[in-house]
Ligand binder design. Structure first.
Ligand SMILES: [Zn+2]
Length: 536
């Protein structure tokens, strides 16, 4: 039994208390110093010295194993020009002595941030790096990839290559691949990459859990188990769990990019919510469209800066209806990626049809929920009680492009977090790492400032859509717990709840909004155990 005293312990909006007694893995009591001291019979006392205590943070959509692998790749997310992309990759090949047997695979370029040539890298660009070593460079949103000629050969992509799922192999006027791939074509390449061994993956996961704990994260809804790799991927987490190695609680989003893999999983011995307090089977995860940056998000009207393009629906309404119905009939929650208004509409149609007038007891939800111009989509979500999973950190990347892509009216009908909150919509925060960092304080800062982190624009993006700090913290705690049906177990610091909590160096409730991103964690507790302690 341990007593934490003299803290600023967050209970809920405008409510704080000073002390907390933790027994084993649960919070036994919270209250004023005197109250808890009177109740406490143990000898272990931690003086919080006035520091702020929050429930452990919950990221409700990211790709944790991918993030772990990503952190070991050539970093290119901060590249700001085509020439720098070429230089950096060239140096990497030289330094590592790579040959035609190897491959350079990394992720993170963003051509909208290129200062020299504001366009997609093609095979001609990448052939300047090497004509021998295959190179595959994925865009920051992971929905687009550029290959050099050696990589096109390695992956056997040519004039006549057919795709099994939606996407595009872009061609030049002669019908030859330009090296640019989107959506399903990206997966075609990714599925042929050399894979890490199971023990390499476990080691990367362990390292990355430590990093996540140091940033205050204690739970994650991870989206790693996918298509043909579902069973192998789940096994990795299960092994670590059985060995008592997990310091993050995982909720597994089971990703079907290709619906043909669904029946096998649904007929397997897995069931929704099966697992342990550390690792549970979560929702079926599906996709309906792409992203704004790649102009693949499915829109009702064409892109403002590409008048012939309305984006891509990765499958038909009927196909999505069928997949959702299959998941729901098997008792699974469902989360679907929807960014454009046409994509989101297609998702809501499928949800409505699957529920057939019944309440949303399975907590079906929309991931991203970006372009909701006009009010009908938000109203439909509010009325049916669908969940939303949002990523305020995307404002950091999208602020420079959203007006160009959408035009003013639709740009001002996107990322309507406060409007959704005001309609009572459940909204949890997530990072979608590795697209961006999973540092939760970046996300919280974007939510409350509606601005970029490093180069804030003079005018914040729709400042009336800013959340206040309480709403942002709750979106990372209470709402995260709600999304996994655990709101009576975690997400708040209450008697009987799991002792998952973090102690912050600075007071996130009073610090200047622009400084939230610099928040540091002093200690992270999961299941009553300190899993991270800041060194002085
Ligand atoms: Zn994702």
């Amino acid at each position: 039994m341990r007593l934490f005293k003299n803290g600023k312990i967050y209970m809920e909006r405008n409510q704080f208390t000073e002390s907390m007694i933790v027994e084993d893995n649960r919070i036994m009591k919270v209250g004023a110093n005197e109250e808890c001291a009177a109740k406490y019979t143990g000898t272990e006392v931690v003086d919080l010295e006035g520091k702020t205590v929050l429930p452990g943070l919950i990221d409700t959509h990211l790709h944790f194993l991918m993030t772990a692998e990503y952190l070991s790749l050539l970093p290119i997310t901060d590249v700001t020009s085509m020439s720098e992309l070429i230089q950096r990759t060239t140096r990497y090949i030289e330094e590592n002595g790579l040959t035609s047997e190897d491959i350079v695979y990394t992720e993170g370029w963003n051509h909208t941030q290129f200062t020299d040539e504001n366009r997609l890298p093609t095979r001609e660009d990448l052939d300047k790096i090497s004509t021998i070593v295959p190179i595959a460079l994925v865009r920051v949103d992971r929905h687009m990839m550029s290959l050099n000629t050696a990589a096109l050969h390695r992956f056997n992509i040519h004039k006549d290559t057919e795709l099994e799922v939606g996407g595009e192999i872009q061609k030049d006027v002669n019908g030859n691949p330009t090296g640019v791939l989107t959506e399903g074509a990206v997966d075609l390449v990714r599925s042929q990459l050399p894979v890490k061994t199971v023990s390499e993956k476990k080691a990367l996961l362990m390292d990355t859990m430590r990093l996540a704990n140091s940033l205050g994260l204690t739970s994650m809804h991870t989206n790693d188990a996918k298509d043909e790799n579902i069973f192998d991927t789940l096994k990795i987490y299960e092994d670590l769990d059985a060995d008592g190695q997990l310091t993050i609680r995982f909720y597994q989003q089971i990703w079907f990019n290709n619906g043909k893999y669904m029946p096998d999983f649904l007929n397997s011995s897995y069931a929704f919510h099966q697992g342990t307090a550390w690792n549970k089977i979560g929702p079926v995860k599906l996709f309906i469209d792409g992203t704004l940056g790649s102009r693949t998000a499915a829109l009702r009207e064409p892109y403002a800066d590409d008048p012939d393009n309305k984006g891509i629906l990765t499958k038909s309404q009927e196909a999505l209806n069928q997949e959702v119905a299959m998941a729901v009939d098997n008792g699974y929650q469902v989360i679907i990626h929807g960014i454009g208004d046409r994509g989101i509409e297609t998702i809501l149609n499928a949800f409505d049809q699957a529920l057939d007038g019944k309440p949303n007891d399975l907590r079906l939800g929309v991931n991203h929920m970006q372009l909701t111009s006009g009010v009908d989509l938000i109203d439909r979500v509010a009325e049916k009680g669908y969940l939303t999973y949002v990523q305020p950190i995307f404002i950091d990347d999208d602020l420079p492009i959203v007006y160009d892509r959408m035009g003013t009216e639709r740009a001002e009908g996107s990322y309507l977090f406060k409007s959704m909150k005001n309609k009572g919509i459940h909204q949890s925060f997530s990072s979608d790492a590795p697209i961006v960092s999973f540092n939760p304080f970046y996300n919280i800062q974007c939510a409350v400032t509606r601005n970029r982190l490093e180069h804030p624009a003079e005018q914040p993006y729709l400042s009336e859509e800013a959340m206040d700090i309480y709403e942002a913290i709750d979106a990372y705690t209470y709402e995260g717990a709600y999304a996994s049906f655990e709101e009576n177990e975690k997400g708040r610091l209450k008697e009987g709840f799991l002792a998952d909590f973090i102690i912050l160096e600075q007071d996130i409730f009073t610090v200047a909004k622009e400084k939230i991103k610099d928040t540091t964690v002093v200690s992270t507790y999961v299941n009553g155990k300190e899993v991270y302690k800041k060194e002085n």
